[in-house]
Design a binder for this molecule. Structure first.
Ligand code: CAA
Length: 263
């Protein structure tokens, strides 16, 4: 089981097919250190290797922060073009690993999601914010820019104008404004329980279909409309060759609940 693995700065809990990854560095408001990135990456590999896991929630331990950004103490020790570029690429790599998972990934934003913390949430498929959450990309206040995918993912998610506003002002937005901006999908009193509820809904669906939806959307983001439509048709063909498709349609016609096996 996943929860048998020992980590120092993150925690993983497994509830049947649902994994919950909590960033856990209470002294630094769950800021992402190099060690944390390493552990998140290791956890993603474990999740990839565990066929039982059908959905992942990413959250922050405690009730104050999701993740308050990259670890500024570690950043401050870096110097120069090469070190900065490498740090950015290393962070981007872990975010990419997360966003490429073939299962639904939900960010439960239970407090501050700033800088690298918001970038972590942006690498998830959907975002749920607690009513008191604060979100923002304050990197320019440190003389930096978002370096873990934020400049790209935020613009794609909420549009260039809104993304530039948030990045150039460095202002924090609350949950309701984040919802209005399309930055989060849901606001709830308890982000984690809402995320679990959403995960449970997704877990009822065919796992191959879920992974193909993600793949079609992801590949389409980098393609022309025509190219994206071709990808969609190819993946639709793949879906139709699965047992899950046979089961889903048979269950509908038989007026019963489907039992998907992921085959
Ligand atoms: N890195 C390291 N330590 C951090 C941290 C971070 N990102 N954020 C908070 N902490 C530490 C604080 O230094 C403090 O430590 P001490 O108790 O040892 O002093 C502890 O966590 C508690 O924080 P505060 O006392 O500041 O708590 P607060 O309630 O007054 O403020 C906050 C909360 C507004 C989130 C504030 O902590 C803050 O502004 N944090 C930094 C946010 C930020 O700028 N993040 C972007 C980082 S840059 C980035 O992410 C780069 C990138 O994209 C590549």
């Amino acid at each position: 089981y996943l929860d048998e693995h020992e980590f120092e700065t993150i925690q993983i809990d497994q509830h049947g097919p649902l994994a919950v990854l909590s960033v856990n560095r209470p002294k630094a408001l769950n800021a992402l250190s190099a060690q944390t990135f390493g552990e998140i990456s290791e956890a993603i590999d474990l999740i990839m290797d565990n066929a039982e896991i059908g959905a992942l929630i990413v959250t922050g331990a405690g009730d104050k922060a999701f993740v308050a950004g990259a670890d500024i103490t570690e950043l401050a020790a870096l110097d120069g073009v090469y070190a900065g570029r490498e740090a950015s690429l290393a962070g981007q790599d872990v975010m990419h690993q997360l966003s490429s998972l073939p299962i639904p990934v939900i960010a439960a934003i239970n407090g501050y999601a700033l800088g690298g913390g918001l970038e972590l949430a942006l690498a998830c498929d959907i975002r749920v914010a607690s009513a008191g959450a604060r979100l923002g990309l304050p990197e320019v206040t440190l003389g930096l820019l978002p370096g873990y995918g934020g400049t790209q993912r935020l613009s794609r998610l909420i549009g260039v104008g809104r993304a530039l506003d948030l990045m150039l002002t460095a202002r924090q937005v609350g949950a309701e404004e984040a919802l209005q901006l399309g930055l989060v999908n849901y606001v709830a009193d308890n982000a984690l329980s809402k995320a679990r509820e959403i995960a449970e809904t997704m877990l009822r669906h065919g796992p191959i279909a879920l992974s193909l939806v993600k793949e079609a959307v992801r590949r389409g983001m980098d393609a022309s409309l025509e190219g994206g439509l071709e990808v969609e048709a190819d993946l639709f063909g793949m879906a139709m060759s699965t047992q899950d498709f046979k089961e889903g349609t048979a269950a509908f016609l038989g007026k019963r609940r489907p039992e998907f096996k992921g085959e």
